[in-house]
Design a protein around this ligand. Sequence first.
Ligand code: GLY
Length: 382
Amino acid sequence: MNDQKWIVETIEKIREKIKWVSEKNKDKIPYTTNEDGSYDDRSDAAKNWNADDGLNWWTNGFWGGIMWMLYQDTKDKSYIDIARICEKKLEQTFTGFYGLHHDVGFMFMPTAVADYRLTGDGRARKAALHAANLLAGRFNPQGNYIRAWNDSPDQDTRGWAIIDCMFNISLLYWASKETQDPRYQHIAMRHADSVMENFIRKDGSSIHIGEFNPETGMFVKSHGGQGYGEGSAWTRGQGWALYGFVNSYTNSGKEEYLDTAKRVAHYCIANIPESGIIPIDFRQPAKPALEDSCGACVIAGGMIELAKYVPDNEKQIYLRPAVKILKAITKTRVDWSRDCDAIVQNCSGAYHDSRHHFTMVYADYFYIEAIYKLNGIGMLMW
Ligand code: GLY
């Protein structure tokens, strides 16, 4: 099947599926599906809002983001209503405050910022600026990094930054443009510079967690995080690095960010298996064959974005692997039926988790985003 036919057919399937899934789940903020295929709800009032797996859960912006993508595509206003149910719930996290973390970028870019960009809504703008200020407040000028997580009872994480944050800083770039106040962008670029120096290895791969001394700012060491181990290459983290540096380039114009994105992309391209099915970690053992469709979609989205900023004769270097990955997912790892609320199957949170190969709302988000990008639908959310 030629690419354009496949893309158009896949978009039609996305429209059909998200229409009923969104109506069925409009009062929820889902993360994954239950045994019976129905979505769970991270905004369930029974959950402690102060815990990081309830309203503060880092993926809670992706459901709203899917609604805004579908709205842009179909102009169906019911998607605005559903996105705003989610947004109003997310705003409650500001009152809670303690449970929030650096992932306010992931939470509020595809919701409040998308809402404001598309509708000019003042309430959404206020929420987005509030989130940007919280994110800026996590910056440590010793070491030039944004602190990722809050302490747990047994872990001091004052010096921890993680590669995922390359996505969160888009919120800071947006806040600077919106307010004409360069402080946010300065923080974003200092963080990106520090990640470029300390996280990206010579071979183009990225570490997941980097630990700084929070008093002196010296880089201490890396941690394996959600990947196979220290020194490994967690695939979703490669996606956060690749796509995140493209975003930093588009938001700041700094060429070194684009070069860094290319280096990470070339590391990924050299390691994509023949099948196009992406493992949890590019350096994991061959057996068990653990995979992560979510990381696959993030990498594909980053490649498609990167292709926009290279000369015409280089675009296929990035588009070809992106299409290969997305075709592999579309052929064997999606569920268009009514048996499951999610589309993308076989996602994994972390290599050493006891559970693998389940659904994740952000896999659906990045799958839809990548397919839409191939057809030029929608604005860049990041
Ligand atoms: N830590 C974010 C992720 O699972 O990708």
